[in-house]
Write a protein that binds this ligand. Structure first.
Ligand code: ATP
Length: 349
């Protein structure tokens, strides 16, 4: 038997004064998974999270928690907790008081509260910080307190809305690893919102790519990266070369003035398609050995690789390589069949 998802959104739509923030969303979230809502600003990520939390009601559709319809249940009755980008800690309380706040409202006894606060502080690596004022903490430490404050309520689902957005890159990276560790250790379901594709790829079991209030693709990081469903996903999840093309027949596609073997099939003959090729999949070879040839227009050092723009057949190709060819040199480009990804043209809306 397939396990009942912990959260299920069924045909959820939401309008704000004529803006369709969500259009008929269907989504299942499994128990204990780390699921990330990923997409550009305004695509509906936060709205989805707020509907799960109960801060917003959908205009149509329903929200289920372990099979029960909770669409009309107020937030405080839901077994979910939210961590926001702005930590919203109480500035006049110390760390322990901030974390204990929810437990005091629930009227737990003092000893139990102390024990639980100490446990979650240890979990977020802030053991001994009980008496510190929150103003004296760094951004990263404050965010840990906010996470501890949510975790102490032992929610079944933790909702996180760009929780690392305000942190610098280095701290962000270490907090990503830490959050993942906490999630695995506690076995809580995390629903995480970000517009940062690298963050989504690093942390998630499942990524939901959104655009304009719709879900474009749901899958594991590997699936989303290696088999993007359309040109939008391919481009959003990693910079890609997206070129208009035409399927001549199964396993043969025409683009950039040439025919290329590919591994895709099932398209109409002469169907117009988008051809997606990742920058790291274009190999630089001597002129004459490649299927295409062109001239290097720019070179940027990126740390682990060079990013080059090569002009060929009227197209600017982005190429990532550990080899560098200087600006102005003529080179060949080789693209292997399995590195050519054919996408159906996105329906024009
Ligand atoms: N309270 C509101 N009133 C009016 N419009 C809103 C409201 N909340 C969201 N919207 C609109 O709904 C759409 C989706 O917004 P949402 O905040 O869910 O996007 P998002 O993907 O989380 O974006 P971001 O990454 O910028 O936070 C946007 O067009 C936004 O302007």
């Amino acid at each position: 038997m397939v396990e009942e998802p912990i959260i299920r959104l069924v045909n959820v739509s939401k309008n704000y004064d004529g803006t369709e923030a969500l259009k008929d969303i269907n989504l299942c979230i499994r128990k204990n998974e780390f699921l990330t809502l990923l997409g550009p600003s305004g695509c509906g990520k936060t709205t989805t999270l707020r509907i799960i939390a109960g801060f917003e009601r959908p205009d149509s559709g329903a929200v289920f928690f372990e099979g029960k319809d909770i669409t009309n249940l107020p937030p405080y009755k839901r077994k979910v907790n939210t961590v926001f980008q702005r930590y919203a800690l109480f500035p006049h309380m110390n760390v322990a008081e901030n974390i204990a706040f929810g437990l005091k409202i629930k009227k737990l006894d003092k000893k139990t509260i102390e024990r639980k606060v100490a446990e979650v502080l240890e979990l977020v690596n802030l053991k001994g910080f009980e008496k510190r004022s929150v103003d004296s903490l760094s951004g990263g430490q404050q965010q840990r307190v906010a996470i501890a404050r949510a975790l102490v309520n032992e929610p079944e689902v933790l909702l996180l809305d760009e929780p690392l957005g305000a942190l610098d890159l280095k701290l962000r990276k270490s907090m990503q690893i830490e959050l993942k560790r906490i999630q695995k250790m506690l076995g809580i379901t995390f629903v995480y919102v970000t517009h940062d594709q690298e963050e989504a790829l690093t942390m998630s079991d499942t990524i939901v790519v959104m655009k304009d209030g719709t879900i474009q693709q749901i899958g594991t990081p590997e699936m989303i990266y290696n088999e993007p469903k359309n040109a939008f996903v391919a481009d959003f999840i990693g910079e890609s070369n997206i070129i208009p093309g035409r399927m001549l027949k199964d396993n043969l596609v025409y683009f950039a003035g040439h025919e290329f073997e590919c591994v895709d099939s099932g398209f109409e003959r002469n169907e117009e398609v988008d051809v997606v090729i990742r920058p790291e999949d274009i190999k630089l070879v001597p002129v004459g050995e490649g299927m295409l040839q062109g001239e290097v227009e720019s070179v940027t050092f990126k740390g682990v690789h060079y990013e080059m723009i090569v002009r060929s057949e009227g197209i600017n190709w982005m190429i990532h390589s550990t080899l560098m060819e200087p600006v102005g040199s003529r080179i060949g480009l080789r693209i292997l069949p399995h590195d050519i990804h054919i996408m159906k043209k996105a329906a024009v809306k």
